[in-house]
Design a protein around this ligand. Structure first.
Ligand code: HGY
Ligand code: MN
Ligand code: MN
Length: 410
C-alpha cells in the first residue's frame, strides 16, 4: 500500500499541520494529549484562529474553541479532534478541524453573513491514546465522565491526567460539565475521514452519519508467576501469556459469531524478558457491536474465555471497564436537514452507519449532532496509510460550507 506517493491536499492550513507530531520513520502520528506534539497542535489552532480574527479559547476541559460571531448563543459548532492513536493517520481528527476553518474561509469569500455564531472546536483526548478513556474532552464537557475520574487517570508511565494537564499549563481543578457552553450550542456538525471504504463502493465523496456502534474498552490483567524460560518444566508453569493468547483468539471468534468486532492489540508483558516467563500480562479489549445487548454478550463471552483459560494455566485474571460509549442514533431531523442541504446543492450524500466513535456521538446526547464523512479510498484508518484525496478533501469542505450556510443563515 503506497503512502508517500499519495497526493497531499494543498490547503495551506492542512500543510502547516501535517509535520506536527509526525514520526518520520513511519509517516504516522503521535499526538498524545498534553505532550510537546499536542501543544504544537494547540499553538497551530490558535494561530489559525488568529489569522482569521476568530476569538479563541481553551475551555475548562482542555477543548479548543474559535468563534465566528458573538459568544455562544445558538452556535453551530464544526470541528473534530487533533490527537491521534499511536502511529495514526494524518486525517483522523485533523481533517475535521482544518475543514471547519476552511469552510469558514469559503463562507467569507462568498460574503455569507451567518445569522448565528459558527465555532470551530478541537476536542481533547478523543482517541484516549494516552489516558485510555475515549472522547474524554467531550465526555467531560457533557458530564459523562466525572472530574475526579479524569484527574486520576494515568498514562503508561504513571503520570496522572491532572499532572499532565497542569504540566501543559492548564488547570485540572476546573474540569467538569460546562452547562453554559452547552446551552449556547444549537447543533454540532463533525466532519471526519471515513474509517472504512463504504463511500468508495458507492462512488460518493461525502456521506452523512446515521449511527455509531456502542463501544467498550476493557483492561484485562493476567497474573501468573515469573520463572526461568529454560529450566521451568511446562507442567510447572503459570504463564500469563498463554491465557492472554487464547483470549485474543476467543475474542475474535466471539465477535465473528455475534456479528460484532473485537480487537486485542495492546498488551504489556511484565517484565517482558525474552528468557523469562512473565509474572503478568496486562491486555486491553476493544469491543464494538451493532447494539448494546450484543456488545454486552460479546464482552461477557470474552471474559468467560479469559477466566477458563486462566484457570487452566493456574493464572489469575481480573478485568475492569476503562471506557464505554453508548450506541448513537444521530438526530433524525438534523441528519435529514444536512442530507437535504447537500442534495439541494447538487451534492447528494448517502447516509451510513459507522463502528468508529466520535465526539459528535458523545455530544449527541446533549445537543443535536450530525457527521459528514469524507471518502477514504484506502478504507484504512488508525494507520499511516489512511488517506483522502485532495479532491475529496475539497468536496468535504464544500459540503461542510453548504451545511453551515443552511444551518447558520436561516
Ligand atoms: O476508536 C475510534 O473509534 C475512534 O477513532 N476514536
Ligand atoms: Mn480515531
Ligand atoms: Mn477520530
Amino acid at each position: 500500500m503506497t503512502r508517500v506517493s499519495a497526493p497531499q491536499w494543498g490547503n495551506p492550513l492542512w500543510q502547516s499541520l501535517l509535520p506536527l507530531g509526525r514520526d518520520p520513520r513511519t509517516g504516522g502520528y503521535r499526538r498524545y494529549s498534553f505532550t510537546e506534539a499536542d501543544s504544537a497542535c494547540r499553538d497551530w489552532f490558535f494561530r489559525a484562529a488568529d489569522e482569521r480574527k476568530l476569538p479563541a479559547h481553551c475551555d475548562r476541559n482542555g477543548n479548543l474553541w474559535a468563534w465566528w460571531g458573538a459568544e455562544p448563543t445558538g452556535a453551530i459548532v464544526a470541528g473534530s479532534h487533533l490527537d491521534s492513536v499511536p502511529d495514526g493517520g494524518a486525517f483522523d481528527g485533523p481533517l475535521g478541524v482544518v475543514s471547519a476553518f476552511a469552510a469558514i474561509d469559503l463562507l467569507r469569500e462568498r460574503g455569507v453573513k451567518p445569522g448565528r455564531p459558527i465555532a470551530v472546536a478541537a476536542f481533547m483526548e478523543e482517541e484516549g491514546a494516552r489516558f485510555g478513556l475515549a472522547c474524554l474532552g467531550s465526555k467531560l464537557l457533557t458530564g459523562v465522565v466525572a472530574p475526579d475520574v479524569a484527574r486520576n487517570l494515568t498514562d503508561a508511565a504513571g503520570v496522572t491526567f491532572a499532572e499532565a494537564m497542569a504540566g501543559a499549563g492548564l488547570d485540572p481543578g476546573g474540569l467538569g460539565r460546562d452547562d453554559s457552553l452547552l446551552a449556547g450550542i444549537s447543533a454540532v456538525i463533525e466532519l471526519h475521514v471515513e474509517q472504512g471504504s463504504a463511500l468508495d463502493g458507492m462512488g460518493a465523496a461525502v456521506g452523512v452519519a446515521e449511527s455509531i456502534w456502542p463501544h467498550e474498552r476493557r483492561r484485562i490483567d493476567f497474573t501468573g508467576r515469573a520463572d526461568h524460560a529454560g529450566t521451568t518444566k511446562l507442567k510447572d508453569r503459570r504463564d500469563p501469556m498463554l491465557p492472554f493468547a487464547s483470549t485474543v483468539l476467543a475474542a475474535r471468534e466471539a465477535a465473528s459469531e455475534c456479528g460484532a468486532v473485537a480487537t486485542m492489540s495492546k498488551v504489556v508483558p511484565v517484565p517482558g524478558g525474552a528468557n523469562g516467563i512473565c509474572s503478568a500480562a496486562h491486555a486491553w479489549l476493544d469491543a464494538r457491536a451493532p447494539d448494546e445487548e450484543t456488545l454486552r454478550r460479546l464482552v461477557a463471552r470474552v471474559l468467560e474465555s479469559a477466566q477458563a483459560a486462566a484457570q487452566s494455566h493456574g493464572v489469575q485474571v481480573t478485568s475492569r471497564r476503562e471506557s464505554f460509549t453508548s450506541v448513537v442514533e444521530f438526530d433524525l431531523e438534523l441528519r435529514d436537514r444536512v442530507a437535504g442541504a447537500l442534495a439541494s446543492r447538487g451534492m447528494p450524500a448517502p447516509v451510513l452507519p459507522t463502528g468508529a466513535g466520535h465526539d459528535a456521538g458523545v455530544i449527541a446526547a446533549e445537543r443535536p449532532a450530525a457527521m459528514l464523512f469524507v471518502r477514504n479510498r484506502t478504507g484504512v484508518s488508525h494507520s499511516p496509510f489512511e488517506h483522502a484525496s485532495p479532491e475529496d478533501c475539497e468536496a468535504g469542505v464544500a459540503a461542510l460550507a453548504a451545511v453551515l450556510t443552511d444551518l447558520a443563515c436561516r
